[in-house]
Design a binder for this molecule. Structure first.
Ligand SMILES: Cc1cc2nc3c(=O)[nH]c(=O)nc-3n(C[C@H](O)[C@H](O)[C@H](O)COP(=O)(O)OP(=O)(O)OC[C@H]3O[C@@H](n4cnc5c(N)ncnc54)[C@H](O)[C@@H]3O)c2cc1C
Length: 434
């Protein structure tokens, strides 16, 4: 029999139409098919669920997540997750119902039930035991297959509209096909790593319905540093370092996390998770020796007169050797200088370096480097209990297309999974009138 999905020019109708086959879109399909925290059986789905994906294959970004190892979520109570989506309390409120509806534990149980156990590795990050993102994608695709979800890959949706009378959504693709459904989930992602297919199309669709949209910005991004003298330290990480953000002489905020030196600046969770607050020209002050004051430093030098200062600082403050040499060199101090040779002025310089090592941000990474996108469909017009638009009944949003960006460590994928599932469940249940 002719497959209507493969017939150009024909209108094809689905019960639930989903745009984007990333983690949010795939989970939306499963949610529409009946997946919930308490039901993993998808065999009874009778709905026609159609997923349209622009790329030739689904889940391109999921495959590169966690450098291909896929940090699917984070350990700990789900209520603690809410604080990992920026400082805005409104965001914490927004993400909560979706996260509570399908928690980190529910996700781990779902993956395990489909033959993919997870493990908690360092710092509470949770990965599939195989540490292979292909396995996560395989589980999602197999579950979609069990539920009879139909896929149309390599078709880019270019226009969306809604007939107010019927009321039916119409999605037109670049190749001229038209698809219709009463419920539509928009899960087209953000704008970062555009080669994965996420090119910011959410803005076009939000505008088509006159919905407010927060300007897109790169987030979870490394920074380059002005007059950077630490290229030789690329690859060196300073664990759990306190970073303070200064702008025009004012202290704005602080954050703690691992800081990684790169060839041109700084990266690592301590910088990436903080980067949504940065502007070029801001100063980042690293506290290398927390709580250090002049008197203890003076005593340390006096008690070890014959020790070289590089060696003394490295062992006393547990800092990497090469980094300490470069740090001292940046102030014209040789690492071989003996402690007894340190003058009061040099001691003041050392104290400043160790307490308040300042670097000036030159640039923030762009969308090609940023792991996630800040901005997106404005949250005030989305019902957080259902993910349905308050202005356009039957239209749901999920994942990174929304104005939600999380910290590194599994918080973005968990939100994509949870919000996708909630949007799909709501669309599948036919709830409207948010
Ligand atoms: C390098 C990298 C590593 C990461 N690692 C992690 C990690 O380990 N843990 C973590 O939690 N997060 C990680 N993230 C973030 C995480 O991958 C994203 O937050 C997540 O993929 C968002 O899911 P999504 O489904 O909302 O969007 P996406 O995954 O971006 O999926 C959106 C889909 O929609 C499709 N699409 C777009 N426009 C159209 C259109 N017009 N028509 C049809 N289809 C369209 C796209 O092709 C894409 O497949 C990482 C991101 C990057 C870039």
């Amino acid at each position: 029999m002719e497959d209507p999905l493969k017939s150009p020019g024909r209108e094809e109708r689905a019960d639930v139409l989903i745009l984007g086959a990333g983690p949010a879109g795939l989970m939306a399909a499963l949610g529409a098919a009946g997946l919930s925290a308490s039901n993993f059986d998808l065999s009874r789905n009778r709905k026609k669920i159609l997923l349209i994906e622009k790329m030739p294959k689904p889940g391109r970004k999921l495959l590169i997540a966690g450098s291909g190892r896929c940090n699917v979520t984070h350990a700990g109570p789900i209520a603690d997750f809410c604080a990992h989506y920026g400082r805005d309390a409104g965001k914490a409120r927004f993400v909560k119902p979706a996260l509570m509806n399908f928690t980190n534990q529910n996700l781990v149980a779902f993956l395990a039930a489909r033959g993919l156990p997870c493990v908690e590795l360092n710092d509470g990050k949770i990965f599939p035991r195989s540490e292979n993102s292909r396995d996560v994608l395989r589980v999602l695709l197999e579950a979609c297959e069990d539920a009879g979800v139909q896929f149309l890959c390599g078709e880019e949706v270019t226009a969306l509209s809604r007939n107010e009378e019927t009321p039916v959504f119409e999605a037109k693709t670049r190749s001229g096909r038209t698809f219709q459904a009463e419920k539509l989930v928009c899960a087209v992602g953000g704008k970062s790593f555009p080669t994965t297919g996420s090119t910011g199309d959410g803005q076009i669709f939000a505008q088509a319905f006159g919905l407010p949209f927060v300007e897109l910005r790169p987030a979870l991004t490394p920074v380059t540093v002005k007059a950077y003298a630490f290229a030789s330290c690329a690859g060196i990480a300073l664990p759990e370092t306190l970073v303070t953000l200064w702008r025009s002489g004012k202290k704005l905020a602080e954050h703690r996390g691992d800081v990684l030196f790169t060839h041109h600046g700084l990266s690592g969770p301590g910088i990436l998770d903080f980067s949504r607050d940065f502007l070029p020209g801001d100063e980042l002050h690293l506290t290398l020796a927390e709580g250090l004051e002049d008197a203890p430093l003076c005593a340390l030098l006096q008690e070890n007169p014959q020790r070289e200062i590089g060696n003394l600082i490295r062992t006393e403050f547990r800092l990497p050797d090469r980094f300490v040499s470069e740090l001292l060199r940046s102030e014209g101090l040789p690492a071989e200088m003996k402690a007894w040779e340190v003058t009061k002025k040099t001691r003041k310089t050392l104290l400043k370096l160790l307490k308040d090592f300042a670097l000036v941000i030159q640039t923030l990474g762009g969308f090609r480097e940023a792991m996630v996108t800040a901005g997106g469909v404005a949250l005030e017009q989305v019902n957080r209990q259902t993910m349905e638009s308050r202005r356009v009944p039957g239209l749901y949003f999920a994942g990174e297309v929304l104005d939600v960006d999380g910290d590194s460590g599994g918080f973005n994928l968990q939100f994509a999974f949870s919000s996708g599932l909630l949007a799909g469940q709501s669309a599948g249940a036919g709830q409207t009138g948010a």
